[in-house]
Design a protein around this ligand. Structure first.
Ligand SMILES: Cc1cc2nc3c(=O)[nH]c(=O)nc-3n(C[C@H](O)[C@H](O)[C@H](O)COP(=O)(O)OP(=O)(O)OC[C@H]3O[C@@H](n4cnc5c(N)ncnc54)[C@H](O)[C@@H]3O)c2cc1C
Length: 224
């Protein structure tokens, strides 16, 4: 597989071209990377036995591909079929004067492609490392790594980040300069922020086991 970086501009294909709310679209790959790096849960959409199935799942990534994993029994992880993955961050509610203009401030990404089942043992381990580190940096070298049996029970899919799209909405409601401004109603945004809480020790943990620094440090920091 080539190690060439993907183009700085996202492609405009039949699948990725924004048709509605185009002003919210961005073609900057850096925006895609930032959205992916700000989260660790995606929604994986796949057609299973002729029906759409969308499952929330954890992801990781490298410069060129997104990784998702799960049980070898998982129907959504069959691989070799077209999939669509979304990542969404909600930054707040947009409360307009009219219900019609209500909305959400958000950053979202949609990735289209064919998911590839990773079978090479080294590549699989590296993908799982990326996935683990993406959600909890520092955890791959702290926790026990997967055994051969656990690896055999795990499917890892890789999805190219080539064909992807981004939409971002920020700012105030859109009806501040229209006729509804005369209504005298309050309008504005209600920001939403997710913050990591204090680590809660497993009740079965021996009392002398300290919280590792890479976990303790996240308390009070913003997620997303
Ligand atoms: C939290 C949240 C709430 C939303 N609520 C609403 C709502 O209530 N009503 C509403 O109309 N829209 C809402 N949107 C916007 C919605 O995601 C779509 O962008 C919009 O509805 C246009 O859909 P469409 O099927 O016409 O897309 P099209 O423009 O036909 O989609 C074409 C291509 O554009 C890309 N694309 C579309 N939407 C997105 C996206 N959000 N992020 C990245 N790429 C995208 C995809 O690659 C897609 O294949 C919301 C978005 C978010 C993140």
């Amino acid at each position: 597989m080539t190690s060439q970086p993907l183009p700085a501009q996202l492609p405009q294909t039949d699948l990725t071209r924004h048709r509605r709310l185009r002003e919210q679209g961005s073609l900057e790959r850096a925006e895609l990377d930032a959205i992916l790096d700000a989260g660790f849960v995606c929604h994986l959409g796949v057609v299973v036995e002729g029906r759409p199935l969308v499952v929330p799942t954890v992801y990781g990534r490298d410069e060129r591909q997104l990784f998702v994993h799960g049980s070898v029994a998982s129907r959504s992880l069959a691989g070799g079929t077209p999939v669509c993955v979304t990542v969404t961050h909600v930054d707040g509610l947009v409360l307009a004067r009219s219900v019609f203009e209500h909305g959400v401030n958000y950053r979202s990404a949609v990735i289209h492609g064919e998911a590839r089942k990773v079978t090479d043992p080294e590549e699989k381990l590296e993908g799982l490392r990326r996935l683990t580190e993406h959600a909890t940096p520092g955890q791959w070298s702290y926790a026990r790594r997967p055994s051969r049996k656990e690896l055999a029970a795990t499917t890892l899919l890789a999805l190219s980040l080539e064909e992807a799209s981004v939409k971002i909405r920020t700012g105030a409601p859109d009806d501040g300069d229209g006729p509804d401004a005369e209504l005298g109603l309050w309008a504005g945004t209600l920001p939403l922020t997710a913050v990591w809480g204090a680590p809660v020790a497993d009740p079965l943990l021996a009392p002398d086991v300290p919280v590792p620094g890479h976990i303790a440090r996240r308390e009070g920091t913003r997620h997303g």
